[in-house]
Design a protein around this ligand. Structure first.
Ligand SMILES: Cc1ncc(COP(=O)(O)O)c(C=O)c1O
Length: 370
């Protein structure tokens, strides 16, 4: 598998605790504990534990005061869960190209487009950055753009739990950060997510909206509608256990990345994404780019050769502007993302993989090269 769940050993003990105290429902002390632990990890003051990262993004957009037709700008190379909530809100997505090194929203392009939009008086209400594959966007620059142009900055750090930029955890500094604990992520609650913000009132509101917007009354009273988006106590218990091993998991994924790098170092046309000064990626997925002309094989040759050995790999996330769903949606640039999609392959990266399994992947690719 590309990225299998990897339990640490203490999760069951915390699950046992919620059983014994009967706090299995989406309420109770285990959820508060998980939120507190997440706050300690991320350095973000307030957290709402939720049923998914997608739910977290939906709530962040709702809390941003979006109205139907408002523009939400974001990277074209992302996963659908980081985009679909824009459609739930009847807002208008605009997809911008990525930079070539880390596949993150191209901030030069963003700045240029914001300047143009500002002159035209049509600035976006929200900009979403996506910390793809565990790489982290330039936090300081994004914060200053958000302050200058007055948009709400949502950091989609679903893939970047345990990643840092300039000493700050992914998502810190944004107005809202989205985290995911889906089964394939670096740590998991089986399924789950969280919304993080330094704005305590916003997170209180998120918790309210996540529990069907029930006003304080003995009967069910509603001034607005909400969602059923809270995390269960059982899942929070798994998360509390998983957070105890987050640093081990990051180290394991980084070690796997280094093994691939060493193993494939002599292979012409195969390149890895660098880690600039100040970024510590969790290397959630190790990605390679294959230049078919230099390598003598392309991304699909590699994927199929691995598949023939029962090894799962996956092309880069297909850019949103190339998706049939978004055929009529505005895109700014996109050639960099198209090329990354054509060349990019995500290798098996789960923290429980053995050296032998990594070597097997290296061998299969090595055979293709010869
Ligand atoms: C970039 C990105 N955004 C959002 C999500 C959605 O998270 P979830 O699966 O927890 O809904 C994911 C992953 O699943 C993701 O990779």
């Amino acid at each position: 598998m590309l990225s299998a769940a990897h339990m640490g050993g203490t999760e069951l003990q915390f699950v046992q605790e919620v059983f014994e105290t009967n706090w299995v429902a989406p309420a109770g002390p285990m959820i508060s504990r998980f939120e507190g632990d997440l706050s300690a990890l991320t350095g973000i003051a307030h957290i709402a534990a939720l049923s998914s990262g997608t739910a977290a993004l939906h709530l962040a957009l709702r809390l941003s005061g979006l109205e139907a037709g408002d523009e939400v700008w974001g990277s074209t190379m992302t996963f659908m869960g980081g985009v679909a909530p824009i459609l739930y809100m009847n807002a208008t997505p605009v997809f911008l190209d990525i930079e070539d090194a880390h596949f993150l929203l191209d901030l030069d392009l963003l700045e240029e487009e914001l300047g143009i939009a500002n002159l035209a008086g049509r600035l976006p209400k929200v900009v979403i950055t996506t910390d793809l594959y565990g790489h982290v966007v330039d936090t300081k620059r994004m914060r200053s753009l958000a302050d200058r142009y007055g948009f709400v900055w949502i950091s989609d750090a679903a893939e970047a739990v345990g990643s840092y930029r300039d000493g700050w955890h992914a998502g810190r500094g944004a107005d809202f950060a989205v985290l995911s604990f889906n089964g394939n992520k670096i740590i998991t609650t089986s399924g789950g997510g969280a919304l993080a913000s330094d704005d305590g009132a916003a997170i209180e509101r998120a918790k309210f909206l996540a529990t069907q917007a029930r006003e304080p009354a003995v009967h069910y009273e509603h001034n607005t509608y909400g969602y059923n988006y809270r995390l269960s106590g059982i899942c929070a218990a798994v998360g509390v256990g998983q957070l105890q091993v987050i640093e081990d998991r990051v180290m394991a994924r980084r070690a796997i990345h280094d093994l691939y790098r060493t193993g494939l170092s002599g292979m012409p046309g195969v390149t890895f994404s660098p880690e600039p000064a100040g970024m510590r990626s969790n290397r959630w997925l190790t990605t390679i780019r294959i230049d078919a002309e230099r390598a003598g094989f392309d991304r699909e040759d590699a994927r199929r050769a691995l598949e023939a050995e029962d090894i799962e790999s996956r092309p880069f996330w297909k850019p949103m502007h190339m998706q049939p769903l978004f055929a009529a949606t505005r895109a700014v640039g996109g050639a960099v993302a198209e090329r990354a999609f054509e060349m990019g392959l995500c290798l098996p990266s789960g923290s429980a993989l053995t050296h032998q399994q990594i070597e097997q992947v290296v061998d299969v690719l090595g055979r293709l090269a010869n």
